[in-house]
Design a protein around this ligand. Structure first.
Ligand code: NAD
Length: 350
C-alpha cells in the first residue's frame, strides 16, 4: 500500500525540516510535539523556512500557501492515527524514544510504518517496545532536511523487506539518494563525522590549535563548507555528545569518547547555535575566521584528514557500506566537496 499521509513527531531542527520535505512534495503531513509551545515553535520554524524560499524567489506565495495548508499541527498523538508512515525526530534519548514508540504503536493504525530519525541509537532497540517490529525502520535525514539529498534507510533483522523497499522508494521519489544499511552505531555518516568532530575538539582541548585555526584549516585546506567546531555547533552539542556516547558504548573505541571540551560546554548549558552559545557565540552573525597560521593549519588538516580517511577505509573493509554510499553520504549528507574515496583516488591511495 502506497504511503499517502505522513506524520512527524518532534518538531525541532530536524522534525520541522522533515515535515517540509513531505509537504513540499504534495503529502498531507501531521506534525506532533509534546506541548503547545513546542508545536508553536515547530510551526514557526516551518513557516519561516517556507517564507525564506519565497523571499529567495524559489517558490511563489501561492505555492507557499499550498505547502502550509498541507500541514496539520497537533500535540495529540491520536491525530497520527491515519498516517501510513510516521517519522520520529525527538531528542536522542533512548528512554524518550521508547516512550514515543509505545505511544505511536498504540495510536497509529496497524498498517502504518514507524520510522526513527535517530542518528545513532539502535533501531532494533527502539522497535522492541512495539508490537510491529517488522514495520519499524530507521530513516535518517540530514540537516537541513529539505536541502541535503542523502537518507540512510536502516533495516533491523526484523524489518520486513517490503517495508524497507517502500521507505527507500519513497525517499528516492522526493529526490534523495538512499543508502540501505544494517543497524550499526552511527550508520555511515555519523560514524565518520562524529569521530572527526570529536578529534577536532581533542586538538582544541590539548591546545594544539585555537578554534579559529582548526575551523580555518578544514575550510581552506579541505574546502569543507564549515569547520568541525562550527559544524558541532550547528548539529547541537547535546546531539553530538549523545551520538558519541552511544557509539562509544557500543564500540569501545576511544575515538568516540566525548571530548572534555564539548562535555564541559554542554554542562554549562551551551548547546551550540540553538542555545546561542557553543564553541562560538551566536548573539551576532557568526563570521568564519580567515586563515591566519598556514603551517599550523596544514598540520591540523593532515592530522584530522588522515584519521578520517582511515575510518572510511575501515568501514569499507568491514563490508558495512560501499565506497559509493560512503562517498555520497559525506557529499550529499554533509555537503563535503568530495567523498573520502574520491580524496584517496586523487592522492593515489586506496
Ligand atoms: P531538537 O532538540 O531540535 O528537537 C527535538 C524536538 O522533539 C523538539 O521539537 C521537542 O519539542 C520535541 N520533543 C521532545 N519530547 C517530545 C515528546 N515526548 N513527544 C514529541 N516531541 C517531543 O532535536 P533535533 O536536532 O531535531 O534531533 C531530533 C532527532 O534527529 C534526534 O534523534 C537526532 O539525533 C536526529 N538528527 C539530528 C540531526 C541534527 O543535525 N540536529 C541530524 C540528523 C538526525
Amino acid at each position: 500500500m502506497a504511503v499517502q499521509r505522513i506524520g512527524v513527531v518532534g518538531l525541532g531542527i530536524m522534525g520541522a525540516g522533515i515535515a517540509e520535505v513531505w509537504a513540499r512534495s504534495g503529502y498531507p503531513v501531521v506534525g506532533v510535539a509534546e506541548s503547545a509551545d513546542a508545536v508553536e515553535m515547530g510551526r514557526a520554524k516551518f513557516a519561516s523556512s517556507v517564507d525564506r524560499s519565497v523571499a529567495k524567489g524559489r517558490i511563489d506565495q501561492s505555492t507557499a500557501d499550498e505547502i502550509n495548508a498541507r500541514m496539520t499541527w497537533s500535540q495529540d498523538f491520536a491525530d497520527l492515527h491515519d498516517c501510513d508512515l510516521v517519522i520520529e525526530a525527538a531528542p536522542e534519548l533512548m528512554n524518550l524514544k521508547h516512550q514515543i514508540f509505545t505511544e505511536l504503536d498504540h495510536h497509529v493504525k496497524d498498517s502504518g510504518i514507524l520510522a526513527t530519525n535517530t542518528s545513532s541509537l539502535s533501531v532494533t532497540d527502539i522497535a522492541a517496545v512495539t508490537n510491529r517490529r517488522d514495520r519499524v525502520v530507521g530513516m535518517h535525514f540530514f540537516n537541513p532536511a529539505p536541502v541535503q539529498k542523502f537518507v540512510e534507510v536502516i533495516a533491523t533483522a526484523e524489518s520486513n523487506v517490503e517495508v524497507v523497499d517502500e521507505v527507500a522508494r519513497l525517499a528516492e521519489s522526493v529526490g534523495k539518494y538512499v543508502a540501505r544499511l544494517a543497524d550499526a552505531p552511527g550508520f555511515i555518516v555519523n560514524h565518520l563525522l562524529l569521530a572527526y568532530i570529536n578529534h577536532a575538539v581533542t586538538l582544541l582541548d590539548e591546545g594544539v590549535a585555537r578554534r579559529e585555526e582548526i575551523d580555518a584549516a578544514m575550510r581552506t585546506r579541505a574546502k569543507y563548507p564549515m569547520g568541525p567546531l562550527e559544524l558541532a555547533d550547528l548539529i547541537g552539542l547535546d546531539t553530538c555528545v549523545e551520538i558519541l556516547k552511544t557509539i562509544h558504548a557500543s564500540m569501545g573505541s576511544e575515538r568516540f569518547a566525548p571530548a572534555a571540551g564539548m562535555v564541559e560546554l554542554l554542562a554549562q548549558g551551551h548547546k551550540g547555535r540553538k542555545s546561542g552559545q557553543g564553541f562560538y557565540g551566536y548573539s551576532q552573525k557568526h563570521v568564519p575566521a580567515e586563515s591566519s597560521n598556514p603551517d599550523l593549519e596544514a598540520h591540523v588538516y593532515e592530522v584530522l584528514e588522515d584519521a578520517y580517511l582511515a575510518d572510511a577505509r575501515a568501514m569499507r573493509d568491514s563490508g558495512y557500506a560501499s565506497e559509493q554510499d560512503i562517498d555520497n553520504g559525506m557529499k550529499l549528507g554533509c555537503g563535503l566537496p568530495e567523498g573520502p574515496f574520491e580524496v584517496m583516488a586523487r592522492n593515489g591511495a586506496s
